[in-house]
Design a protein around this ligand. Sequence first.
Ligand code: ATP
Ligand code: MG
Length: 230
Amino acid sequence: MTLQEIAKKFRPPAFPGSYFLSFEGIEGAGKSTQIIKVRDYLEEKGFRVLVLREPGGTSFGEKLRQAILNSQSPIHPVAELHLFASSRAQLLHEVTLKELGVPNTVIIYDRYIDSTLAYQGSARKLGFEAVLQSHSSFPLTLVPHITFYLKIPTDLSHDRQKMRNAPKDYFEKQGNDFYTALVEGYEKASELFPERIIQVNGHQEVEHVFQEIKEHVDSLILENSQRPEN
Ligand SMILES: Nc1ncnc2c1ncn2[C@@H]1O[C@H](COP(=O)(O)OP(=O)(O)OP(=O)(O)O)[C@@H](O)[C@H]1O
Ligand SMILES: [Mg+2]
């Protein structure tokens, strides 16, 4: 099977009136900033919004998160891949699928499968095929209705990280080649999932970035509200 054929197995969930969104991009791209704005916007429109972050969100996932972030020894890329897939499946089962069943719910993931493609597939060199194969069983075949890929140059990521002055975590300790590979991974993911992934220029004012995102969110909601239910 080609990558394109494998990619076709990944579909958004079908829960009337509920939506699944994700935000992607390298560190400092503006994911957290935009997620807050989108959450506030959708709450004002009357939606119930849940923001989820992997590998947390379940007690099982939180433990895995601490294990990765605090690791003193390098984690093998294959271990890393399966660890993320494992916590993802649990979060989909325990939270996402249940909550999406409640009408007028929006689930927003701060990073999802495209982070795994970029980090483990591209930067850790496992390849896209290995990542997609590890996600070939339900519920891991679920993907968002829209993924916003906030695109920024690697230099800007460094500058924004420096400004934040936060302690560097496991992934942030990597060098330049790693960041270049991440961006390449995100580009490749965007080509593989052209309908789902929307690239947004993250190197503009916060409000401009949000306006672009808002237009896509509005048309997603409009499209679905006009679809006859059967
Ligand atoms: N469009 C923007 N223009 C200027 N600064 C921004 C913009 N968006 C975010 N920032 C600032 O850049 C920093 C990183 O933003 P943010 O935390 O939203 O990124 P992130 O993608 O969530 O990063 P991480 O992957 O590390 O969680 C913050 O200090 C934020 O205020
Ligand atoms: Mg963030």
